[in-house]
Design a protein around this ligand. Structure first.
Ligand SMILES: Cc1ncc(COP(=O)(O)O)c(C=O)c1O
Ligand SMILES: N[C@@H](CCCC[NH3+])C(=O)O
Length: 440
């Protein structure tokens, strides 16, 4: 069994997380329920910060809140002294509602609206990561109107194909994100940024993709960027203060995954940055990173009640749970793989291989294919590990299934941080039909 963080088997033989019996969580909050191991999130956050401190590099570690954004999570990020990356007005609103220090918020997005940019300027957030010429122009106009100056980074696409699922690649030339580094777009944007009275061009941003297991992609990206930084320094006497190398550090979901420790990603990347700065005789810029998954991914576990069972002789046995693609769309979207155990008897012997189906009206709503488990039935609770990133944040109401609650566990304490949606919540924004049916 994959025990990690504070997860353990207690003396009742139940899975416990953060010193709390998962069956007690189910009794109190029902299923499905997302459970977050807060100590593990703190450990990951501190790990990143300590690595930068050890390397003696000025840095900001910004949590990519798209991975999991709620008031309590943002407050936890603040407690741990990280910065915050938001990618929409909604994520920014959540950060503001959590009273996150505005100067440490970075705003991303490939199609930010005028309203979103205005909101960012009005709240004087730390930095806007500009993605394209349309945004650059709109932001300058807004700053002129409001008579303010915005700190910006320019997001560039370095032309790197990292090894990950096609849907979560972002650094390749054929991408919707960023200014192309190779074809002159990035250079044009730098010239605009440098000469603007309303923009303070802090530097360059690059994010090559997500769930990446090797440092090669990051290192190649850093080399390509430094070549350009040197060119811009020689041609325009422009030197960046900040280089943001994004997030994307992979985590272990199953035995098939073999990520390197987060500290190793950072160490190898920084080593390369230092080397590049040395080669080109440049000052080492402040390094920013934006981990999402690697901060919260393995800290999340989803608990489900087991329900119906269907046996297709000589083909497969299906075991259905009371959630599915509505609370975890990753298997359907990326063929993502997960491990799971029975929370009420995690140490029982494996008796069969079953496939875990969700309850949505969709054949693709499968959470795990071919999972070795004891023979399970409706008395059992399934715990699916590593659902902390892009689980709750990508949850949806397909089939009008209410979103599950989220609880934080730490030192034997459970805290409800997101309530379960109710059926009434589901129709909250609906309006009744006003026109009468025409008589035929
Ligand atoms: C710009 C940007 N930064 C950071 C992240 C966080 O990535 P991850 O959760 O893989 O660390 C993403 C998502 O891929 C992203 O698009
Ligand atoms: N949502 C994706 C990652 C994309 C991250 C945002 N650029 C996942 O679950 O793996």
């Amino acid at each position: 069994m994959f025990l990690h963080g504070t997860s353990n088997v207690n003396d009742k033989g139940h899975l416990e997380i953060g010193g709390v019996d998962t069956l007690e969580i189910v009794k109190e909050f029902g299923t499905p329920v997302y459970v977050y191991d807060v100590a593990l999130i703190r450990e990951r956050a501190r790990g990143f910060k300590e690595t930068f401190d050890k390397l003696g590099v000025k840095a900001q570690v910004a949590y990519a809140s798209k991975a999991f954004s709620t008031l309590a999570m943002i407050q936890l990020v603040e407690q741990e002294g990280l910065s915050l990356d938001v990618v929409s007005g909604g994520e920014l609103y959540t950060a503001l509602a959590a009273e996150f220090p505005v100067g440490k918020i970075h705003f991303h997005g490939n199609n930010k609206s005028r309203e979103e940019l205005s909101m960012a300027l009005e709240h004087e957030i730390g930095c806007i990561v500009v993605d394209n010429f349309h945004e650059l122009k709109m932001l300058e106009e807004l700053c002129r109107e409001k008579e303010v100056k915005a700190n910006i980074l320019l997001r560039v696409t370095p032309g790197i194909e990292a090894h990950t699922h096609d849907y979560i690649l972002t650094g390749q030339e054929d991408s919707k994100f960023g200014f192309d580094l190779q074809n002159g777009q990035a250079e044009s944007a730098v010239k605009i940024g440098m000469h603007s009275d309303f923009l303070n061009l802090l530097g360059i941003h690059c994010h090559i993709g997500s769930q990446i297991f090797e440092t090669t992609g990051f290192i190649l990206a850093a080399r390509k960027i430094f070549e350009k930084l040197n060119h811009w320094k020689e041609t325009y006497s422009y030197e960046v203060k900040v280089l943001n190398l994004g997030g994307g550090f992979g985590i272990r979901y199953t035995n098939e995954d073999a990520p390197i420790p987060a500290s190793q990603y950072v160490e190898e990347i920084i080593l390369e940055v230092k080397e590049q700065a040395r080669i080109f005789g440049m000052t080492i810029p402040e390094i920013w990173i934006e981990p999402g998954r690697s901060l919260v991914g393995d800290a999340g576990t989803t608990l489900y009640q087991v329900g119906s069972r269907k046996e297709v002789p000589n083909v497969r046995n299906y075991l259905a749970v009371d959630g599915g693609m509505s609370d975890n769309i990753r298997p359907a979207l990326y063929e993502a793989k997960y491990e799971a155990v029975l929370a009420n008897r995690p140490l029982d012997e494996v008796e069969e291989t079953v496939s875990i189906a969700g309850k949505c009206c969709e054949s693709g709503d499968m959470l795990i294919w071919d999972l070795p488990l004891p023979k399970a039935g409706k008395e059992d609770v399934l715990a699916v590990f590593c659902t902390g990133a892009y689980g709750y944040s990508m949850a949806n109401n397909y089939n009008r299934i209410p979103k599950p609650p989220v609880v934080f566990v730490e030192n034997g304490q459970v805290t409800l941080v997101v309530r379960r949606e109710t059926y009434a919540d589901l129709v909250r924004h609906d309006l009744p039909l006003k026109v009468k049916a025409q008589n035929k």
